[in-house]
Design a protein around this ligand. Structure first.
Ligand code: IPE
Ligand code: IPE
Ligand code: MG
Length: 249
């Protein structure tokens, strides 16, 4: 792909859906009500992404660090996940959404994992939008898993150490089937990555909004996409050389 792509739509948009707890706290409600509202917002943003022409939407839903939260919050989040998956497969099939997941999925509680695998299978034929949920996801663990799998190939002598390139690593990540994100959105104002897609975000444009995730609507997504469209992506090149260079990785 040329570095000066004519399209201003971020083909792959990733979102750190943050602020559910604060949304509930503002109303004096338990945190889980914020999570419930946040889960409800996923459908709105999926449909908005389709309208904008986004092809890949990756949502950070549960990090490897989120297990540190109180047991009842973690249990509530897992139940919400199960419910979301049961209720939204019909919406996904109606809208052409293919579900995928990244993270250490095998370590999710059995019922949530089974529901997830089922939903992935039931939506596998869809082609309009790939919705990837990052679940029990950590960017460092993802790199550890990639390194382990590369080391195994080296031990088997199917790969020589000096054949390992950046592409080898990219090809061993959970995200090997998708392009790197063009745009990362983080809601609720925090200016950090929180262990999300550490390798893949190398040249991603970042848009942080103070809006809390349950309040982040289609018009906020549109604003983020307009912001993205106004950026000049350089990939380390000088402005004069932009036209001659290919995008990194
Ligand atoms: C994001 O909302 C959802 C998850 C991390 C599961 P938070 O629960 O982090 O909300 P705040 O940051 O406490 O407001
Ligand atoms: C990031 O939000 C993880 C998800 C949105 C799933 P957190 O609320 O967990 O991140 P920190 O703790 O503010 O860095
Ligand atoms: Mg948070």
């Amino acid at each position: 792909m040329s570095i000066t792509s004519p399209s201003k739509v971020p083909r792959h948009t990733a979102i750190i859906m943050d602020g559910n707890g604060r949304w509930a706290k503002e109303r004096g409600w338990p945190r889980l009500m914020g999570h419930e509202q946040g889960a409800g917002n996923v459908e709105t943003i999926c449909e908005a992404c389709i309208n904008e022409g986004v092809e890949y939407l990756t949502l950070y839903a549960f990090s490897t660090e989120n297990w540190r939260r109180p047991t009842h919050e973690v249990a509530g989040l897992m139940l919400l996940l199960e419910r979301f998956l049961s209720e939204k497969v019909a919406m996904m099939n109606k809208n052409g959404v293919r579900l995928a997941a990244i993270g250490r999925i095998a370590d999710l509680p059995g019922p949530a994992r089974k529901r997830l695998e089922q939903a992935i299978e039931e939506t596998a034929h869809n082609t309009r939008l790939t919705l990837t949920l990052a679940l029990n996801y950590g960017g460092r663990d993802e790199i550890v898993d990639a390194v382990r799998s590369i080391a195994t190939e080296v031990l088997k002598r199917t790969l020589e150490p000096d054949q390992i390139t950046a592409k080898t690593i990219t090809d061993h990540l959970y995200t090997r089937m998708m392009p790197d994100p063009d745009l990362l959105i983080r809601t609720s104002g925090e200016m950090r990555i929180s262990n999300f897609l550490l390798w893949q975000l190398s040249y991603t444009e970042i848009h942080v909004t103070r809006k809390l995730w349950p309040d982040f609507g289609a018009e906020d997504l549109h604003t983020a996409i307009l912001d993205y469209g106004s950026r000049e992506r350089r990939y380390g090149a000088s402005v004069e050389n932009l036209g001659n260079l290919e995008k990194v990785s």
